[in-house]
Design a protein around this ligand. Structure first.
Ligand code: PRX
Length: 637
């Protein structure tokens, strides 16, 4: 494992941190040195935070797949790059060495070329968690096409929004996918989406379930037919450091999801550096990140980070509870997993089952545990630490975001402090600050405020696709000179950060981000709906649940069956507009919403009611119709 820029002790962490903040350009130039560059950079960092312009390694030329694959062939050609564990434990797993993965990526890259994909083209990928997904992503990067992976749980409408926003010309998909006991006809969802996507001229379909699918003449082709006789070598396209590598859509507090853009060199350096240091990766590790490649965690810590480091990354197609709640632990024993990275929601859902599902496995191979996506509550932390890590594995609670490219605040396993309910200390290169509402910095420890970042880092979001002003407004304008995270945080008495949660209208359901406006827009498509307001509420397993207040045109129906019929219809609309993952936990039909005289919905009141805390609703005198609050309280779900 590359020892380069590797932090091995607390002293080394402090030293690296000091250098990364005092002389960041020198620090990152040293970290970047050993990668494969076709040409080195002219300057390391060019940052104008107020404008949201951040360039890293300007002038450098490279291809990230040469760094993920070619670079390792002489020393790790026969090492496993990807271990694939299928949904069904009785189906055969698959292993790909670095050499095999290199060949498969080249082959897919040639297929893309043969289908007219060129550097800079946008390719949307809607595929199951199978090796072909990893191969497809890397094949895009190989030829300089910009990949945009869409989580394969999103609906046809959600796919169409993303494909159209990116103006993608090609879509990569499969015939179907397995998710636990369910099988989903993925290609059919894509077909429906593409009815409203005029930019797409080619769909390349990977056979996975062997299902018959409709192939549209002139548009759709099978991958296995296209790949026949195609060369297993493909020269890597030479990219500029700031050429976009991928777009990944994520929800914000306003409007439709934004296409977060990451570029090539900075993202690469950040992914590799954070991966090796946070998890303290060793050459023989079998590393397993349970995230789907459809989310940023899958991009950085299932795919790019591990491959850049030359590690072995396990890819799991299934779900934690199929065929039993012992599935994760079974996989860990089966493949001797040493580093395990998952989400608090998965831990909480498994905690709820009989502990014998855990005790049936040894879990002896484990060395490091990770958590990501939402705050991990103390109870889940202790369960994870005691029952999974057997009190010998450090837990890294990694705080970061789609926009940050990689981990920002976290323990480095076994090196910096790992305390329950604390993400911990910032990584080298990360300068977190707590801000007051007026944008002034809050000094000292034992303080709480808005979390912002003061200095550019290599993985920082570059823009939102096709609309830089949106990126500037969202992240850089709220507090000029800082990147604004949208999270609130506390710096404890020892300077460790504790993430409190979103301070904007974003809710985090099982580690997935949704804008309340995004869900409201979906609900409002339903003909039974006049207006809606969505808030989050604490949920034992999901972290936050979705609570929707909905006004119907004829008021609240008297009959329970009628109310149920409307609620079911609203759920159907949300599933069609966004996907099953955005299904509200509770829908309350109401005759009005608490609004101020100027027409603004008082979400604070709705949140309180959803939380079940109706004793102290604060000042309601400014409401247009205070009686509406009583009705909402009495009809609370
Ligand atoms: O609120 C924070 C929460 O998830 C948000 C970022 O979501 P997303 O872009 O989907 O990325 C998730 C995976 C990196 C953050 O603004 N969040 C993420 N990790 C943590 C967290 N909250 C607390 N602790 C964490 N470890």
């Amino acid at each position: 494992m590359p020892e380069h820029a590797r932090i091995r002790s607390l002293e080394e962490y402090h030293e690296a941190y000091r250098r990364s903040t005092e002389t960041p350009e020198q620090f990152w130039a040293e970290v970047a040195e050993p990668f494969t560059w076709r040409r080195k950079w002219d300057s390391v960092m060019n940052s104008d935070m107020a404008a949201g312009h951040n360039d890293w390694f300007q002038g450098a030329r490279l291809n990230i797949t040469e760094n993920c694959l070619d670079r390792h062939l002489s020393t790790r050609g026969n090492k496993l790059a990807i271990v694939y564990e299928p949904n069904d434990p009785h189906t055969r797993h698959l292993r790909l060495t670095y050499r095999e993965l290199h060949q498969e990526v080249c082959r897919f890259a040639n297929v893309l070329h043969n289908n007219g994909v060129e550097k800079g083209d946008r390719v949307c990928i809607y595929m199951p968690m199978i090796p072909q997904l990893a191969i497809a992503v890397l094949a895009c990067a190989r030829i300089g096409a910009i990949h945009s992976v869409i989580f394969a749980g999103f609906s046809a409408n959600a796919i169409a929004d993303r494909v159209n926003d990116a103006q993608a010309t090609v879509v990569l998909t499969s015939d179907g996918l397995n998710r636990g006991a369910k099988q989903i006809p993925v290609k059919r969802v894509v077909d429906e989406a593409l009815e409203s996507c005029p930019s797409v001229r080619r769909v390349i379909v990977t056979e996975h379930l062997g299902w018959p699918v409709h192939m549209q003449e002139g548009r759709d082709v099978w991958y296995h037919e296209e790949a026949e006789g195609v060369a297993k070598t493909c020269p890597a396209e030479e990219m500029g450091a700031e050429d976009p590598l991928f777009i990944l859509y994520t929800s914000g507090s306003t409007g439709k999801p934004k296409g977060v853009v990451h570029t090539t060199a900075g993202y690469m350096v950040w992914a590799d550096y954070t991966f090796r240091n946070v998890f303290q990766i060793e050459e023989n590790d079998i590393y397993w990140c349970t995230a789907d490649i459809g989310w940023v965690t899958g991009h950085t810590y299932l795919l790019y980070g591990p491959l850049l480091a030359g590690a072995t990354s396990l890819m799991f197609e299934g779900v934690p509870t199929y065929p039993s709640p012992g599935r994760f632990w079974e996989v860990i024993d089966k493949h001797s997993v040493t580093v395990f990275y998952t989400a608090p929601t998965a831990i909480r859902s498994l905690m709820a089952h009989d502990i014998n599902h855990v005790l049936a496995y040894s879990l002896d191979s484990l060395r490091v545990l990770g958590s990501v996506g939402e705050p991990i509550n103390e109870e889940a932390w202790h369960w994870y630490y005691t029952h999974i890590g057997k009190e010998r594995c450090p837990i890294v609670d990694t705080w970061w975001q789609t926009e940050t490219g990689g981990v920002m605040i976290s323990a480095l396993a076994g090196i910096t402090p790992s305390v329950p309910a604390r993400a911990g200390l910032p990584l080298p290169g990360v300068l977190p600050v707590l801000l007051n509402q007026d944008g002034s910095e809050i000094e000292g420890n034992d303080q709480e405020g808005y979390l912002a970042i003061k200095q550019s880092w290599p993985g920082i979001i570059r823009t939102t696709y096709g609309d830089h002003e949106r990126a500037r407004q969202t992240y850089f304008a709220p507090y000029p000179g800082y990147y604004f995270t949208g999270d609130g945080a506390r710096r404890d008495e020892n300077g460790l950060y504790r993430i409190i949660g979103r301070v904007d209208d974003v809710i985090n359901v099982s580690g997935h981000r949704f804008g309340t406006a995004e869900i409201e827009n979906a609900i409002n498509q339903n003909s039974h709906v006049v207006e809606s307001a969505v808030v989050g509420f604490p949920h034992d397993v999901k972290g936050q649940g979705i609570y929707a207040y909905v006004i119907c045109p004829e008021g609240v129906p008297e009959a329970e069956v009628e109310r149920q019929r409307i609620e079911a219809s609203i759920i159907e609309t949300i599933v069609a507009e966004i996907g099953r993952i955005a299904k509200p936990d509770k829908i309350q039909l109401v005759s009005g919403l608490p609004k101020t005289r100027s027409g603004k919905i008082m979400r604070r009141i709705l949140r309180k009611v959803a939380e079940g805390d109706t004793t102290n609703l604060g000042d309601t005198t400014t409401l247009l119709d205070p009686l509406v609050v009583d009705e909402i309280i009495s009809g609370r779900k």
